[in-house]
Design a protein around this ligand. Structure first.
Ligand SMILES: [Zn+2]
Length: 120
């Protein structure tokens, strides 16, 4: 009888842990649209990963824009149309999430074509 009670108590503890894990990983359900566009953001961990990747893209894009500015400061005629026109930008010319090359518009501004990154 004592052995049966121990088993029931163990199973109860495991059930509580399982419920807590589901609650923790389920997320809020209010995930941001940018995260959902990536097919992630459904769980708390997915949200955190999507946010980290989005930050990586913003940082990358910022460095890429700075490289364009540095080049423009030494060469006023510098008008890049593709990322390969920007010297030294090979490491930061792509979105780290979708690996798409950044797009340079007619005003010389760099943008990320990845879904959800349009406003960076
Ligand atoms: Zn991006």
């Amino acid at each position: 009888m004592r052995r049966g009670q121990t088993l029931v108590a163990t199973l109860a503890v495991l059930a509580i842990i399982a419920i807590l894990a589901v609650v923790m990983l389920k997320g809020t359900g209010g995930a941001e649209p940018k995260a959902k566009a990536d097919g992630r953001g459904v769980t708390v961990l997915g949200n955190a990963m999507a946010t980290a990747n989005d930050s990586a893209c913003q940082s990358n894009l910022s460095q890429f824009r700075q490289l364009i500015q540095v080049q423009k400061s030494t060469d006023e005629e510098f008008k890049p149309t593709t990322p390969s026109d920007v010297p030294g930008a090979a490491g930061v010319s792509k979105c780290p999430v979708g690996k798409e090359l950044y797009v340079i518009d007619e005003n010389g501004l760099a943008h990320c074509p990845h879904l959800g990154h349009e406003k960076y």
